[in-house]
Design a binder for this molecule. Structure first.
Ligand code: NAP
Length: 272
């Protein structure tokens, strides 16, 4: 169940919206159920509950993979590193496992080289074991390779689910050996009532959500579903047991309708 450099568990826990004590309790429940990869961000207000849940879990630090993301308001050379240090302080950690650029700077307001160089510097000084990007289209991944070299970033976290399979980006990422991390992999829970996924779930004895996650992992992506419900948290982990046939993979591929849900005005020009 690992992908990045054999250390990032392929299934992780999304934490968007899991704030405060209730959020902390659901993140702790996930850790107790076996989740070992947690996704947070400066802009989610979940760094504190993630750190608290991790400490309360008693799990050794090296066994939990923690990702955070630098907000697009903190990309400039002056603000970047202090924001990373504030994240570590809020999390109560001396380093994260993965540090991502959350969104590229809109219209290059902060020059690409500036924030990508700061990202690499954050890794070099030990603030993060690995670095990566999020919401990057192919052109910006090419720029990244030209600036930092092949293999410098270990993932691109992007919206991918059965209704937005992003074939151009996925094929490109596969061609350069870059794993994608599928955010919003359950299409915000909408996969639960999809007739194709419901039927496949019945055949495999799992939920439609677990089928969707199994599909995305079989496509080579990591997945970070969010849930505050212990039953859903457990069922989502069961996606690791599901093996889909070629015919079943084909049925789910046919669900793609390029339906993007996260598309703020700051978005780059998407490939799919
Ligand atoms: N990089 C970025 O720009 C970016 C953008 C968006 C999201 N993300 C990350 O991706 C994570 C996941 O995205 P998301 O939280 O927006 O959406 P999601 O994971 O696709 O869906 C979460 C929703 O699905 C429901 N759910 C979970 N398991 C289920 C199951 N087995 N059956 C039915 N419903 C289920 C949850 O409700 P319950 O709580 O009731 O289970 C929740 O309402 C975020 O939390 C965040 O960490 C990153």
């Amino acid at each position: 169940m690992t992908c990045i450099a054999a250390t990032m568990p392929t299934i992780g826990l999304g934490t968007y919206g899991r704030t405060g004590d209730a959020g902390m309790a659901s993140i702790l429940a996930a850790l107790e159920l076996g989740y070992r990869h947690i996704d947070t961000a400066q802009s989610y207000d979940t760094e504190r509950p993630v750190g608290e849940a991790f400490r309360r879990s008693g799990i050794p630090r090296e066994q939990v993979f923690i990702t955070t993301k630098v907000a697009d308001t903190k990309l400039d050379r002056v603000g970047f590193m202090p924001s990373v240090e504030e994240s570590l302080e809020t999390l109560g950690l001396d380093h994260v496992d993965l540090l991502l650029i959350h969104w590229p700077s809109q219209n290059n307001a902060v020059p690409f080289e500036d924030y990508m160089t700061e990202l690499k510097r954050a890794q070099d000084i030990g603030h993060s074991r690995f670095i990566g990007v999020s919401n990057f289209p192919i052109a910006m991944l090419e720029q990244t390779r030209a600036l930092l070299g092949d293999g410098a970033v270990v993932t691109n976290q992007v919206e991918i689910h059965p209704y937005l399979q992003a074939p151009r980006l996925s094929n490109y990422a596969r061609s350069i050996g870059l794993p994608l991390t599928a955010y919003q992999p359950l299409a915000q829970g909408d996969v639960r009532s999809d007739p194709v996924l419901v039927a496949l779930g019945e055949r495999h004895g799992v939920t439609p959500a677990a089928v969707a996650l199994a599909f995305l992992m079989a496509e080579g992506h990591a997945v970070i579903p969010a849930s505050s419900n212990p039953v859903n948290l457990r069922e989502n982990m069961r996606s690791l047991e599901v093996r889909l046939s070629d015919d079943e993979m084909g049925q789910i591929r046919a669900l793609n309708r390029s339906e993007r849900r996260i598309n703020p005005t700051k978005s780059p020009r998407w490939d799919d």
